[in-house]
Each structure stands twice: as structure tokens, then as C-alpha cells.
Design a protein around this ligand. Structure first.
Ligand code: CUK
Ligand code: CUA
Length: 669
């Protein structure tokens, strides 16, 4: 059902004039274009009329259109879901800029086809077994003082309890850490306010170290386990030797968030399945979906990580599979862990910009519950708690709660803006709820605190929600992106497996003025969370800093050659070492001759200093494929175990003589 409006040139001019009055930072990042909207071309009005565009459509078009040569003011780092990748998307144009291979080999970047990506992917092995995919859920940008600093991104793999580090100097994966004590995760990754730790919260309880234990021992043998991965900024790596974990009861801890500003030093996780359900519908037990939702409340987990750090320093830990673990009893005795009830099957735990409140979605309850950090602290000081079945102190809801706001059906996740509004995804309602914060935020908006302002329908079944820097201490307030699970009728039918729908929402105006601007199909997986950073915070390389750069170590490879004259082949017994230069439009050497069974070590250096002068390198049949960006060195090591005549060639159309950029690799029988 399309609303057809007559769009006159006059009404278009009104819309354009309205758009023009938006702050310049929203309109274009580079500014200075001095576009005039004094007169609307009549051909544009004719197009709008012919296409049946409404004034709202035209507003949306003008708000999102990014002219050729202009760049987006915001960059979204989105989970790539089951693809095991991370997506980099420009906002508001919603153009995909890059797909970063993380847990899954990615052939454009040559990630996992013989080069350094193989070493990184190998870090993700589980019991020696390659697991070459991931279910990425929550990306986390590194933070300084609770704001994004544009240096690193982290992402978890829910399916296999792994966390990866992406360096934002070149937007590529540098490290995968396999959690040695958990087999799945969920409440990660997110970071503490100065990226001291990358936190990985658990999900479905298993025995620590994923050892065998029958399900009738669930209560005693199964456990939750939250990990604090210590991050070394100078090295750009997680340091497992300085990391620690805290044992938790076998409730299913879900989404976590770090406190910031006034609540710095604390971490909050929602949970479900305080029922300790173990399923077994086939043996007459209630199915999980019923068994895990019997109780009226589950527990918000309140964890003092700064104190936990001290407990680790004092040595009150057990080493399990090489990681320091604070046992549950120690966590209770040392006052690291508290609970407070959460209404029915909660989802999400999102800390407000100043750290004062924690918002938990109801999922099966139409409210969000807002907890006050201050009240929680007072309750902890006052003492006199009840205890859960494991002896964890429970702060009663009336002592921790600030407010509840009724929003609608299926509240999940919450983000914030600079106008004192919160935005919550409503899964069952398929809507974005804008509501007002109270406390120190109350005078930022004209409405009453803790009230629903607008419910904007989205298409459909929204999961996470992301706002410009909307989970930091310094939220932007220009856009929200609804990460919708279903798209049904939004895109051309391309068969039963339908894309997800990222919907861009304009939140720049106060009150009930939110508008859907744009639908972006994501046809490669189901992303979960995303974060949106101001593009100006990012300072990536245009070319690698020096010729011979090893992107894995982020330093010059001592073995790299730096000129074509240095290209050569060394033979030593059955070891053949190739030192190859790569530049438009030839490899040097162009003929590499070995004998079957030789061990080949092949170093390649792209000598280019021109931005975008990337070359590829593929050896047919040997499953070798590299991407060599300007300055980059890669090393491939393999056995020439198949005799024959092979070609290697450049897979990037780098010049007019790109097709001539080839060589022969002869493996003599
Ligand atoms: S979960 Cu997916 S919609 Cu993994 Cu963050 Cu809520
Ligand atoms: Cu180098 Cu094509």
C-alpha cells in the first residue's frame, strides 16, 4: 500500500529548507560545499512525482544521501553474526565499507589462505581442532575514560567462547583467544572504561573446563563463569597471564555492561534460568522455554571487578587451565558479587552515560527496570541481605530500583543520546521506544522523567539497537540503527532465506519526531549488536607505514626485502626460500622452480607506496591466496607436495597490465 502524494516543487523546497537547518555535522563531515537549496530543480520534483515519493520519503532521501566523493560522518562496527566476521558500515549512507574476517577465513583479505591469518585462526583451535566459523554477537570498541578512542575493536564468538582483537589501524584481526574454561559465551565482548579488561560473560552453564558431568548434577557441577581479559594496549593483545575469571552460579548470565563514571569498577549482567532448568522435553520435563521462565524474577548480577583485581593480586584464586579463577565462595566472602531481582526473563543490562543507572529489559514483561547504582551501594553498605541458593547476597528490588517504565511488548536492549532520552528495542512490538531518563538527565528534555515519548514501528522483530556512541559517556544523538531480525516484505523476494534489516532512524529532533530513514539489507548472517563511532576518532593507515610491514606484529619484518634488486631465491637442501617483490605490474622472480617434496618458504613484499595499490597473490591448486596492501609483507610456508605446472597471479585488478602480473611455479616430479 503506497501512499501517493502530489509532491510539488514548493513542498520539496520546504523539506529541503528544513534539512538545511540541521547541524552541519549531520549533513556532511567535510563541510564547505556551500550547497544552495534556494531553488529545487524541476526535474527532481518530476522524479519524486513519478516515483510516488512522499514528503517523508524525500526528507529521508536528503537526510541519508551521501554525494559521490563525500564520506560518512559515522562508522558502524557491526557483528557479522554466523558469518564469523565483523562489518564496517558508513552511517548514514549505510554502505558496507569492509567485511573483516575474524573467526572465519576471508579470501578477499587473504585471511586464512596461507598468510599470517592462518596463525591467528589457529589460536582459535579448540582441543587442537580447527573451528573455522563463529557466531559473533557483540562488538566492543576500545574506550578511554568511557568514550570510544578509535584504536581497537573486540568481538565474541558465542558458539565457542572465543574473543578476538581487531586493530583499527588497519581494520584487521590480530588475535583470537579461546576461553579454556567455557564452551560458549554471550555477555561479551564489552570493555571497562579504559579498556583495562575485555569482558566475556557466560551463557549456558557447563562444568568449568567443559568437562563431562551428567545433567542430574547440574546444581553442583555446572557453573557460570565471567572472564576479564586483560588488554595490553601497547602490544595490542589480550594478556591471558594477567586475566582472571569469576565463578558464578549456573544461572544463564546473559548481557553485561561495565559501569562507568560514578559506577566505574563494576560490571552488571542480567541473567535467566534461575530455575536451573535442564530441559528434557523428550522425557516429560517442561521444555526449556517453559522451564526457564517459571520464576517471576531472575537476578541482576552486580560484580565489583576492581575489588576482584585485588583478590587476584592477593592470590586468592585457583589456576584452572592456565587462568586465575576466583571461586564462587571466595567471590561471596570477599564481597565481589551481589544479586538483585529482575522481572521475568530479562534481557540486556545497559548503563546510562554517566553510570548512574542500569536499565534491564523485561523481555516477557512490558517494563524496563531501572536500577540505581547509588541505591545499590547504599544497600551493600547497609548489609542484612537475603541469600540465593548458593549463598550470594540478594539486594531486594525495592532497595535497588529507581523506576520502571512501561514501554510495550518484549523490551530487550537500550541505548542513549545527548538529549536525555533512552531508546529501547521492543522485539514483540517491532518498535523502537524513546523514553525519558530521570535523575541528572531530567532537565535535558521537556517531558516528564521516566515516561514513554514515542514508539516507532520498525520492520520487523528488532533485536539490538545501536545509537551514535550511544553506549558511552558521550552519546551523539543523530541516529539510531534498529537491527531487525526479520525483513519479510521490505526487499525483493530472493527466496526463503531473507536478509536482516538494518533500519536507520532519525533521532535528531526531540519529542515524538523519530523517523525511519533507510532500510539496509544484510544478506550474509544475523548480526546482533553494533556500535557507531564518529569517523573523526579513527586514524587508520592509508598505506602501511614502511615497506616490509608485517601486519600481524605491526612492525617491519626483518626478513622482508625492500627493493626489487633484493629479490632472490635461496636453496638449502630441500628447503627453498623465495624473497619476492611485488609492484605494478610484475612479481620478481617470475619463475619459481622447485622439486616435489621441497619445503617452500615464500616471502612477498608489496613495494608500493600509493594508496589502494593492493596486489593479490594466488597459487592455483595450493589453497594459497594473499592480499598485499601497499607496504605489506606476508610469508607463506608449505610443502610442494604436488608435482606439476602451476601459475601464480595477481587477484586485484591493479593496473592496465594486471593480467600480465603472473608467474610460473614449477614443481618437478
Ligand atoms: S543478544 Cu542478539 S538480540 Cu546476543 Cu545481544 Cu539480544
Ligand atoms: Cu597486481 Cu593485479
Amino acid at each position: 500500500m503506497k501512499r501517493i502524494f502530489m509532491v510539488t516543487a514548493a513542498s520539496l523546497m520546504v523539506i529541503l529548507a528544513a534539512c538545511q537547518s540541521e547541524p552541519a555535522s549531520i549533513a556532511t563531515p567535510s563541510g564547505g560545499s556551500g550547497a544552495s537549496t534556494g531553488a529545487l530543480p524541476s526535474d527532481a520534483a518530476a522524479v519524486a512525482q513519478e516515483r510516488g515519493l512522499t514528503p517523508d520519503d524525500i526528507y529521508a532521501a536528503v537526510k541519508t544521501y551521501t554525494p559521490s566523493g563525500k564520506t560518512d560522518p559515522f562508522i558502524m562496527i557491526a557483528s557479522g553474526g554466523q558469518s564469523g566476521q565483523v562489518l564496517v558500515i558508513g552511517v548514514p549512507s549505510m554502505r558496507i565499507l569492509k567485511v573483516i574476517g575474524v573467526f572465519t577465513p576471508e579470501s578477499w583479505q587473504g585471511y586464512g589462505f596461507g598468510g599470517s591469518g592462518n596463525k591467528i585462526l589457529a589460536e582459535g583451535k579448540i582441543n587442537g581442532k580447527d573451528v573455522l566459523w563463529g557466531d559473533t554477537h557483540h562488538p566492543a570498541l576500545s574506550e578511554t575514560d568511557a568514550s570510544y578512542d578509535g584504536q581497537f575493536a573486540f568481538i565474541n564468538d558465542k558458539a565457542n567462547a572465543r574473543v578476538a582483537v581487531i586493530d583499527l589501524r588497519d581494520f584487521s584481526t590480530k588475535q583470537i583467544v579461546k576461553n579454556p574454561n567455557a564452551i560458549n559465551d554471550h555477555g561479551g565482548s564489552f570493555v571497562t572504561p579504559n579498556t583495562e579488561y575485555v569482558v566475556e560473560g557466560p551463557q549456558y552453564a557447563t562444568p568449568i573446563g567443559w568437562k563431562y558431568a551428567p545433567l542430574d548434577q547440574y546444581k553442583d557441577q555446572y557453573r557460570g563463569l565471567i572472564s576479564f581479559w586483560s588488554f595490553d594496549r601497547t602490544k595490542g593483545r589480550i594478556d591471558t597471564s594477567k586475566s582472571f575469571q569469576i565463578e558464578l552460579p549456573p544461572y544463564w548470565q546473559d548481557l553485561c555492561d561495565a559501569g562507568k563514571k560514578v559506577s566505574d569498577g563494576w560490571v552488571f549482567c542480567n541473567s535467566f534460568n534461575t530455575e536451573l532448568a535442564t530441559g528434557g522435553v523428550e522425557s516429560g520435563n517442561p521444555p526449556f522455554e517453559a522451564g526457564t521462565t517459571k520464576n517471576d524474577t531472575d537476578y541482576l548480577h552486580i560484580i565489583n571487578w576492581k575489588k576482584a583485581e585485588q583478590v587476584v593480586k592477593a592470590g586468592k584464586v585457583e589456576q584452572i587451565n592456565g587462568i586465575a579463577v576466583i571461586r564462587l565462595q571466595t567471590a561471596i566472602d570477599e564481597g565481589l558479587l551481589f544479586f538483585s531481582p529482575e522481572p521475568k526473563s530479562p534481557h540486556g543490562a545497559d548503563v546510562t552515560p554517566g553510570g548512574e543507572f542500569i536499565v534491564v529489559g523485561g523481555k516477557l514483561d512490558p517494563h524496563v527496570t531501572i536500577y540505581s547504582f547509588d541505591k545499590i551501594q547504599k544497600a551493600i553498605l547497609a548489609g542484612g541481605f537475603s541469600k540465593d541458593a548458593y549463598g550470594v547476597p540478594v539486594i531486594s528490588l525495592d532497595k535497588s530500583m529507581e523506576a520502571q517504565v512501561e514501554l510495550g511488548l518484549g523490551p530487550l536492549h537500550t541505548v542513549y543520546d545527548d538529549k536525555g532520552y533512552a531508546y529501547t528495542s521492543l522485539f514483540l512490538d517491532s518498535a523502537v521506544a524513546r523514553w525519558t531518563l530521570g535523575g541528572p538527565y531530567a532537565d535535558k528534555h521537556p517531558e516528564k522523567p521516566w515516561t514513554l515519548v514515542q514508539k516507532l514501528p520498525v520492520q520487523y522483530n528488532i533485536g539490538h539497537i545501536s545509537a551514535v556512541e550511544g553506549d558511552t559517556a558521550t552519546p551523539g544523538g543523530q541516529f539510531v540503527v534498529a537491527l531487525n531480525k526479520w525483513s519479510i516484505d521490505r526487499f525483493a523476494n530472493i527466496g526463503p532465506l531473507m536478509p536482516q534489516n538494518f533500519q536507520l532512524v532519525d533521532i535528531s529532533k526531540s519529542g515524538d519526531q523519530m523517523k525511519v530513514l533507510y532500510d539496509m539489507p544484510v544478506g550474509m548472517a544475523e548480526p546482533h549488536y553494533a556500535q557507531i563511532i564518529k569517523a573523526e576518532r579513527l586514524k587508520p593507515f592509508q598505506v602501511y607505514p614502511q615497506v616490509g610491514w608485517d601486519a600481524e606484529t605491526m612492525a617491519v619484518d626483518p626478513k622482508a626485502i625492500t627493493s626489487e634488486a633484493q629479490a632472490h631465491i635461496e636453496r638449502n637442501g630441500n628447503k627453498v626460500e623465495v624473497f619476492m617483490s611485488v609492484i605494478r605490474s610484475h612479481y620478481s622472480p617470475e619463475q619459481v622452480k622447485v622439486k616435489k617434496g621441497d619445503h617452500v618458504i615464500w616471502h612477498l613484499t608489496n613495494l608500493e607506496r600509493t594508496p589502494d595499490a593492493t596486489h593479490g597473490f594466488a597459487i592455483s591448486a595450493y589453497n594459497i591466496n594473499l592480499s598485499l596492501e601497499p607496504g605489506k609483507t606476508e610469508t607463506v610456508e608449505f610443502d610442494a607436495d604436488q608435482a606439476g605446472t602451476y601459475t601464480y597471479y595477481c587477484t586485484e585488478f591493479c593496473s592496465a597490465l594486471h593480467l600480465e602480473m603472473i608467474g610460473y611455479f614449477l614443481v618437478e616430479p
